[in-house]
Design a protein around this ligand. Structure first.
Ligand SMILES: NC(=O)C1=CN([C@@H]2O[C@H](COP(=O)(O)OP(=O)(O)OC[C@H]3O[C@@H](n4cnc5c(N)ncnc54)[C@H](O)[C@@H]3O)[C@@H](O)[C@H]2O)C=CC1
Ligand SMILES: CC(=O)C(=O)O
Ligand SMILES: [Mg+2]
Length: 608
């Protein structure tokens, strides 16, 4: 199970990854000259073009004469960023975050090499700006913030045209696509075309964490309309002002898009993101064996949560096999909540050597907006059905259909309370005080909903009402909490950003025919095994975001290993199937690290 564990973290650090992934930058072919290069963020080096290159590419005289180094440009940008922080001190949080997003976005639009370098080096500070929580705010204000397009938009009006439209994308090769239909953006609901910020943010994380070449990523918006009345009435809304397509009409659009991507880039990995529940499950079912795709909200979230749940067992000083005895209350019966329960159930079955389909549902309680979900529920959603309590109108704890959250927590005394409801603050003082009587010596509260305002509770409340021995994780970042005894209450970030980059990278580099449950399970176990017992004892269940490249290398390698052992790997680029199947664990890690892009300026060679 812990097959990657012996590769100690200390021996495989970011510096080594950089050394392998960026030894000597190879030349880069460019078919443009002069100002066209300066206006292309993929090639632009701004003031860092050496004089010889300025001559070769027709740039002489188009830039100030002084040639700056990459390091000087980096310092200049960081100085501007720090001044912005200084100058906006005391301003409302949303104003400051949007100003930070703007300055980063301008760099993204101008010079991708520099952008990704500052992002990689400062990922802990910048992830909350380009990803959750600020990306949510950006999507909500997208109409006003829009300056330049990024990614591709396929709308209901493009039916029948997508096979040719896909060739409008300028890159020859695409490795990773993140697609949304904007119907459930974080916990913010239907934001229509404005949801494009999510695929862009997720792909930024792919570049920073997994070293996917930014020239080979494609953010996609499938605009099938919106049911958000405010947007429909907004004359300046940038998407289709029509209600969402439903049923076969909807699926016809997604089918056509998937076929178009597959026709042009058959080996691209496609990540589905922030689709409303019914389409999240339906499309996963429909495409998962046909294309190399996965749904991040169902499967990526499940892997991260599972790693956290394993950590919560270890934090109690128990062996991992005791996971089968943990009582877990999941609040939110949507794509994320059901995804977590499905994977947790598979793990239990694996540990017990039983069939997940017949494994009884003894340790899980599922709550949605109508309370505890039981078999008594009218119109029980088929996705939730396997987790509905089965004991008729009464059960051992005396809980009935629709029981409230606080009642469930009081009677079940769960080891873990996990929120994926999208509803800010529903873990109230009463609920958290009830968690104090949990049967666990280290009660765990995971408030995983995004963005920050939608988190089910704050870490401060958890340490105050559950106790300082509690373990806390949230989907969006919070600061650690100063406890009464002067110690720090540790805040974990349980976000699928720890998993999806490694899943996508591993699937890509193995050339997997499809992404299996085994590959996802391997990713989750690898993440869980990353933490030492000492860290876990302190309540630290996930590594620091600063080591995300290192984590992703290992998660990616574990995904490749699983693809090989399930005979799903078909090879990638020059590395054929045979070569892949003969690699040792160590060689697989080297292979992953070697294939990670790292931002350095490459010599540009002009070709007509
Ligand atoms: N931390 C992470 O990595 C991730 C976090 N999420 C977050 O999880 C949340 C939910 O996502 P999805 O499952 O895709 O949404 P969804 O819309 O499919 O499901 C939401 C569920 O919450 C339930 N709910 C609503 N109000 C409730 C209430 N008052 N009490 C109990 N349950 C209630 C609904 O009945 C529904 O079952 C979002 O905020 C999203 O940002 C999602 C994926 C990953
Ligand atoms: C993190 C994520 O994927 C979500 O909140 O939807
Ligand atoms: Mg998501």
């Amino acid at each position: 199970m812990w097959n990657m564990r012996h590769l100690a973290r200390a021996t495989w650090n970011l510096r080594q990854i950089r050394r392998l992934s960026a030894a000597i930058p190879g030349p880069c072919i460019v078919r443009k000259r002069g100002t066209d290069i300066l206006h292309d963020p993929w090639f632009n080096k701004d003031t860092a073009f050496p004089l010889t290159e300025r001559d070769r590419l027709g740039l002489r005289g188009l830039l100030p004469p002084r040639v700056m180094s990459f390091e000087q440009q980096y310092e200049r940008f960081m100085n501007s960023y720090r001044s912005l922080e200084h100058n906006t001190e005391g301003e409302p949080e949303t104003i400051v975050s949007l100003a930070k997003w703007r300055i980063l976005n301008r760099l993204h639009d101008r010079n991708e090499t520099l952008y990704y370098r500052v992002l990689i080096d400062n990922i802990k500070d910048f992830a909350p700006i380009i990803y959750t929580p600020t990306v949510g705010l950006v999507c909500q204000n997208y109409g006003g913030l829009f300056r330049r397009p990024r990614g591709m938009y396929f709308s209901a009006k493009d039916k029948g045209e997508m096979m040719s439209m896909i060739y409008n994308w300028p890159a020859q090769q695409v490795d990773l696509v993140v697609v949304t239909d904007g119907s459930r953006i974080l916990g913010l609901g239907d934001l229509g075309v404005q949801g494009i910020g999510i695929p862009i943010g997720k792909l930024d994380i792919y570049v920073a964490a997994a070293g996917i070449n930014p020239q080979r990523v494609l953010p996609v918006m499938l605009d099938v309309g919106t049911n958000n009345q405010k947007l429909l009435e907004d004359k300046l809304y940038l998407g289709l002002r029509q209600p969402r397509l439903e049923g076969d009409e909807y699926l016809a659009i997604v089918d056509e898009f998937m076929e178009a991507v597959h026709a042009r880039w058959p080996k691209a990995v496609i990540q589905f993101e922030d689709f409303q529940m019914k389409w999240a499950f339906e499309t996963l079912q429909r495409y998962r064996k046909k294309f190399c795709m996965f749904n991040d909200d169902i499967q990526g979230t499940a892997g991260v949560a599972l790693a956290g749940l394993f950590g919560a067992v270890r934090a109690q000083g128990r062996p991992l096999k005791d996971f089968v005895k943990q009582k877990i209350v999941v609040v939110g019966a949507g794509s994320a909540g059901i995804g977590v329960l499905s994977m947790a159930k598979q793990s239990v079955a694996r540990m017990l050597g039983t069939d997940p389909a017949t494994e009884p549902n003894c340790q899980f309680w599922l709550i949605d907006k109508d309370g505890l979900v039981t078999q008594e529920r009218k119109n029980l959603d088929p996705a939730a059905a396997p987790f509905a309590r089965t004991f008729g109108s009464e059960n051992v704890e005396g809980l009935t259909e629709g029981a409230s959250l606080v009642e469930v927590v009081k009677k079940v005394k769960p080891h873990v309370l996990l929120g994926l409801s999208g509803v800010g603050g529903i873990f109230t003082e009463d609920v958290l005080r009830a968690m104090k009587d949990s049967d666990s010596p280290r009660p765990a509260v995971f408030a995983m909903s995004n963005p920050t305002t939608n988190a089910e509770c704050t870490p401060g409340d958890v340490f105050k009402y559950v106790g300082e021995h509690a373990i806390f994780a949230s989907g969006s970042p919070f600061n650690d909490v100063l406890l009464e005894d002067g110690k720090m209450g540790y805040v974990n970030q349980a976000n699928n950003m720890y998993l999806f980059p490694g899943v996508g990278l591993g699937a890509l580099l193995s050339g997997a025919r499809y992404i299996s449950d085994g590959m996802l399970q391997a990713a989750a176990e690898c993440l869980a095994s990353y933490m030492t017992d000492e860290e876990i004892k302190k309540g630290i269940l996930f590594p620091s975001i600063s080591s995300i490249r290192n984590i992703t290398t290992r998660v990616g390698a574990s995904v490749i290993q699983a693809a090989i052992s399930e005979e799903l790997a078909e090879g990638h680029g020059d590395v054929g199937m045979k070569e892949l199947y003969h690699m040792s664990e160590r060689e697989i890690i080297d292979y992953v690290a070697r294939n990670m892009w790292f931002p350095v300026y490459s010599p540009l060679v002009h070709e007509k």
